[in-house]
Design a protein around this ligand. Structure first.
Ligand code: GRF
Length: 203
């Protein structure tokens, strides 16, 4: 079977990118990361890509006429690498229809909370501040909203009395590194079926 061609968008340290790369390397994902794109020049995700001989593209949004032109370039790059699935791994911008329409039902995101609770920025800290007893992480398809698309997999992480926002975030991140590759593999195997808001995993 042809390997799924992944394009990863990342703004930060890229630990989820690394988890995806590792899973492609050891056969847990029947796929290959073909390109990494970042909106931050200093993003360590770009360095991780280079270390793994994956093309790394930095795009400075300020050098484009506007967000649409910036996203058109993202689409151009993803198409050049014949990307099948776009993975948002800590990509800190909301995608517009320019990218969404180019890859319908082919963009997934990792969010560090149990959606629909605590969408948006700093989901781990939002949950900790709120005082919930369980939080976690969510992999979902991306739609035009902020962290609102159909949910593929969630992992639950208990909040401990001794937790700080940082220790909770660290344990959530460990789970992100498990469920993001798992969701990608289900997609790669053609197992995901979307019906309205629901995503079913075929056996
Ligand atoms: C993760 O917590 C992810 O859920 C959120 O941004 C963070 C990115 O971490 N969207 P990394 O860059 O993958 O290490």
């Amino acid at each position: 079977m042809e390997k799924l061609r992944l394009g990863v968008l990342a703004s930060g340290q890229g630990s989820n990118l690394q988890a995806i790369i590792n899973a492609t390397a050891d056969g847990r994902i029947d796929g290959i990361v073909t390109v990494v794109i970042s909106d931050h020049q200093e993003a360590f995700a770009l360095e991780r890509a280079r270390q793994n001989n994956i093309p790394a593209h930095y795009l400075d949004i300020n050098s484009f006429a506007g967000k649409a032109a910036f996203e058109e370039e993202i689409v151009n790059i993803l198409r050049n690498y014949q990307v099948d699935l776009v993975c948002l791994a800590g990509y800190m911008r909301v995608l517009s229809s320019v990218v969404l329409d180019a890859f319908p039902q082919r963009i997934i995101n990792i969010h560090p909370a149990l959606l629909p609770a605590f969408p948006g920025l700093h989901g781990q800290k939002q949950a900790w501040d709120y005082g919930v007893k369980f939080s976690g992480c969510t992999v979902h398809f991306v739609d035009q909203g902020i962290d609102t698309g159909p949910i593929i997999i969630q992992a639950v992480v208990p909040v401990l009395d001794e937790d700080t926002a940082d220790t909770l975030a660290a344990r959530i991140l460990e789970q992100e590194h498990q469920i993001f590759p798992e969701a990608i593999q289900r997609f790669a195997q053609g197992k995901l079926a979307i019906t309205g808001r629901k995503v079913f995993t075929k056996r």
